[in-house]
Structure formats: structure tokens, C-alpha cells
Design a protein around this ligand. Structure first.
Ligand SMILES: [Ca+2]
Ligand SMILES: [Ca+2]
Ligand SMILES: [Ca+2]
Length: 281
């Protein structure tokens, strides 16, 4: 029985160390039409039909955030609350950034300029609002059972970047519940004002606990103001993801290793003790 336990432990170790893959969906082009078919293929891979889940649990439907319904009171020049999409509009996504917050661009005709004041660089995939972190190019997305503080994971995440012009500065990364990197992909570049779709769908049961979006190297400080003189400034439009479901904690690999060592110790002690009586074990 002990031998069976040891074998089982060894088997679990090898499974936890193995990461499957993610199906990657990517496209870049001059206008929404250029990336729509890739966005649609991602939608099909995630599932959920043609009706996107709105607020609260939606029976496993895919979720999308296009920013366009955010009220003016939470749009440029005002910050978007980091938990807006788990409280005001509960879709199980909460953002964080090393910067000072998040902003959604205004509609035309408001006191701030549309497109964060960069109408010669940005365009929308879905009109009229875009999204950015402020004073940082990092946006982390953590998942919750919608409308609750219960941690959740998802199986797929994709988004649309705007104005990706420099290689290797804009990327999408997924981390599992042990904070191990399980997916990393640079966004495809296009010329000025281009749109890029990038998404990953788990194909071997992987669960995404956190998504890290790196959007270029430059940052937006406020409407029309950049944080540094470097290329590349990049913002975001639609986010798409599978419904977040409650986190199922499994022991980390080190726990298995400790268990394995513990069993070995028990086994050896048994050998020693039994050995004293001359039993062949
Ligand atoms: Ca540009
Ligand atoms: Ca939009
Ligand atoms: Ca750019």
C-alpha cells in the first residue's frame, strides 16, 4: 500500500509539472474589419453563442467588455474604478496597476477630447470608448465569481490593442493560481492607428488566475499627455473572456515534494524498526 502511495505521489508530481498549451488567436490590420474574423474565431473557441453574458452569473456564457456603456461620470477626465466590472457592472473582472489608475476615453462632444486626445494615433474597434491604465503600461486582471469577493479563474482571455507599432513591447501573459506563467505572447505590430487582436484559449484544462497586459512602453498621464518620450504608446479596446468560475485550489508542486519526502522518511523508519527484528522488508 505504501508502495502504491509513493507511485501515486510520483504520478501527481509529473502531471502538475506538465503544462499543456494554449490556442493562440492573433491578427493585426488597419481597421476593425481586418481583425473581426479572428475575433469571431476566438469567440467560437471560447463558446457562449452569439449572446454575450452581461452581469452576474450567465450560465457559462462568454463575457465581453467594450467600455462603451461606461457612464460619463467614470470616463475621461475621471478615473474608472478598478472594480467597476465587479460592482457597478458585475462581470467578475477587477483591475490593478502599478500606475495611478484606469481611464476610459470620452465620447465625442464631451469636455475632454475623444480617443484620449490622440485622434491621429488611436481608433476604436467598438465605438466610442477605449481603455488605458494611467501612468503605467501594466494592467493586471484578476477574476472573481461575478459580484462577489470569491476568487475565480477563467479558461480564455483575448483583447484588442490599438496602435501597436513597435515589436516586443506589447504583450499578453497568463498566470495560474500558483502565480506561474503559463502563457506569454507578444502582440502583432501594425502601422499607425492599427488594431491588433490577441487571445489565448486553454486546450488542456489550464486555469488562468491572473492576466497581465503590457501595453507598450510609453504611458498616458492624462488627456493628450504622454508619460515619456519613448515609442510605443498603446491603448486597449474590447476584452473577451470565458466566464470566471470559483477557484479550485490544488496543492502546489512543493507540497507534493514534501509529501513525497515525508512518505520516504516513514518508509525508511519502518525499514529500520522492522530491520531490528530481522524482518526482510
Ligand atoms: Ca501611433
Ligand atoms: Ca469600445
Ligand atoms: Ca503606438
Amino acid at each position: 500500500m505504501l508502495r502504491k502511495a509513493l507511485l501515486t505521489t510520483a504520478l501527481l508530481l509529473s502531471v502538475s509539472a506538465a503544462h499543456g498549451g494554449f490556442l493562440t488567436f492573433e491578427a493585426a490590420g488597419a481597421d476593425p474589419a481586418a481583425i473581426t474574423s479572428t475575433r469571431d474565431a476566438f469567440r467560437t473557441a471560447v463558446g457562449g453563442g452569439t449572446t454575450v453574458g452581461a452581469n452576474g452569473s450567465f450560465g457559462g456564457m462568454r463575457r465581453e467588455i467594450n467600455w462603451d456603456g461606461v457612464p460619463n461620470s467614470f470616463a475621461d477626465p475621471n478615473f474608472l474604478p478598478a472594480n467597476f466590472f465587479n460592482t457597478n457592472s458585475p462581470r467578475g473582472a477587477v483591475f490593478s496597476t502599478p500606475g495611478s489608475g484606469f481611464m476610459v476615453s470620452t465620447n465625442a462632444g464631451e469636455s475632454s477630447s475623444a480617443l484620449f486626445g490622440f485622434s491621429r494615433d488611436f481608433q476604436t474597434f467598438s465605438a466610442q470608448r477605449l481603455f488605458t491604465a494611467i501612468d503605467s503600461s501594466i494592467t493586471d486582471v484578476n477574476f472573481f465569481v461575478p459580484g462577489t469577493n470569491t476568487a475565480a479563474t477563467t479558461s480564455a482571455f483575448g483583447l484588442i490593442f490599438v496602435d501597436v507599432e513597435v515589436e516586443n513591447l506589447t504583450k499578453l501573459e497568463f498566470f495560474d493560481q500558483n502565480d506561474a506563467l503559463i502563457f506569454s505572447k507578444n502582440a502583432s505590430v501594425f502601422g499607425n492607428q492599427g488594431l491588433t487582436f490577441l487571445g489565448g484559449v486553454a486546450n488542456a484544462g489550464e486555469r488562468i488566475s491572473r492576466v497581465r497586459i503590457t501595453s507598450g512602453q510609453n504611458t498616458i498621464i492624462s488627456n493628450g499627455r504622454l508619460g515619456n518620450p519613448n515609442d510605443d504608446v498603446v491603448v486597449m479596446d474590447d476584452f473577451l473572456y470565458a466566464e470566471p468560475v470559483q477557484l479550485q485550489r490544488v496543492p502546489e508542486p512543493p507540497t507534493f515534494a514534501l509529501l513525497f519526502l515525508g512518505l520516504l522518511a516513514v518508509f525508511n523508519r519502518r525499514r529500520l524498526r522492522l530491520g531490528r527484528f530481522g524482518w526482510n522488508v
